[in-house]
Write a protein that binds this ligand. Structure first.
Ligand SMILES: [Mn+2]
Length: 336
């Protein structure tokens, strides 16, 4: 009896098994960074991810002392409060990222590989960490994060030929496209499910040839772009064009990609693409003229938005402010 009681006491006092959490951006960079890491260091993990712009993910982690959390491709600064709380609990956190981080917490348990220089993405940071052992997926990540030059250099350094690079580029762009939408209902497939498909493939060219979900990503992306071209209403201004898309999931997915495509096709013009939101206003993506990449962030900030000088956005532009937005757009990108 005594020994049974003792065994029960010991079991009760034992900490529950150490758990692993993988927290990652749902775009191509986040998915491919994690895939590289788990191909080399397999782990049973609870997955936490979301849409491209869903980046306050660390607060969803229910971890205890001794648990391990791997974080990929989400700003440390935007997850600081949750990170501090985890570290203070004694959770071990491995953090890989290239977004604005601010000051790193000075607490034990944090292993951070953070580099905010503009020519890296998280997939490239993980590639360095792994000594390039899963290089093709790092190339997919870099193409997805719009670092095509870096992707080609990394690929050709590893002996990947131009035809193979073309495939990796399409993979990066399709996986990335899947993360766009204003709610989960807009998504083609939730990024956590897409990762479950990706993780079955060690070889991205095998994924390209054999994975049915990729066909639906490719078809939807093409459909959304075609539909945007056919259903746009345009306000033409000397500095560029304001485009209104119909109230559809396809419009909300394609807004940014369509703005990029328009800006790439006419280097001297600025573009704003508007889609109706759920509060009788609009969500807006702005692109500065390619030949003069500034002003988008300042314009969007006037209406509560944010972003970079070349590309910025507004989450909610009330309908009553559309005329004011058009006037500000018209003056924002004038040549001085
Ligand atoms: Mn990234």
């Amino acid at each position: 009896m005594g020994s049974i009681a003792l065994v029960c006491t010991v079991i009760a006092a034992m900490p529950s098994a150490i758990r692993q959490f993988d927290v990652f951006n749902g775009d191509a960079d986040g998915i491919c960074a994690l895939h590289q890491l788990r191909l080399e260091h397999p782990a049973q993990a609870t997955l936490i991810t979301g849409r491209k712009r869903e980046i306050a993910l660390l607060e969803r982690v229910q971890a205890h002392a001794g648990d391990r959390v791997t974080v990929l491709d989400i700003s440390l600064d935007r997850n600081r409060v949750a990170l501090d709380a985890l570290l203070q609990k004694g959770v071990i956190v491995d953090y890989f990222d290239h977004h604005h981080a601010g000051e790193l917490p000075v607490l034990p348990g944090l292993h951070a590989i953070i580099d905010t220089t503009p020519d890296v993405c998280t997939g490239i940071l993980v590639d360095r960490f792994l000594g390039g052992r899963q290089r093709p997926w790092a190339v997919v990540a870099a193409f997805g994060d719009n670092l095509a030059d870096q992707a080609r250099t990394l690929g050709s350094d590893a002996g990947i030929d131009p035809a193979q690079l073309t495939v990796l580029q399409e993979l990066g762009e399709c996986i990335n496209y899947n993360a766009y939408g204003d709610s989960d209902e807009d998504l083609i497939i939730h990024p956590s499910l897409l990762y479950e498909h990706v993780r079955r493939y060690r070889d991205p060219w095998d994924f390209f040839v054999n994975e049915p979900v990729l066909a639906s990503l490719r078809a939807t992306r093409l459909h959304d772009l075609t539909s945007a071209h056919q259903n746009q209403e345009r306000i033409e201004l000397p500095v560029g064009t304001i485009v209104l898309l119909p109230d559809k999931a396809a419009s909300r997915r394609v807004r940014g990609a369509f703005a990029n495509q328009l800006a790439t096709a006419a280097h001297d013009k600025a573009y704003a693409v508007l889609t109706p939101d759920r509060q009788s206003g609009y969500t807006v993506s702005v692109r500065a003229p390619m030949q003069r990449l500034h002003g988008a962030d300042v314009l969007c900030a006037l209406f509560g938005g944010s972003g970079r000088p070349a590309a910025a956005g507004i989450d909610h532009l009330p309908r009553a402010q559309v005329a004011a937005f058009a006037a500000a757009f018209a003056t924002s990108f004038q040549d001085f």
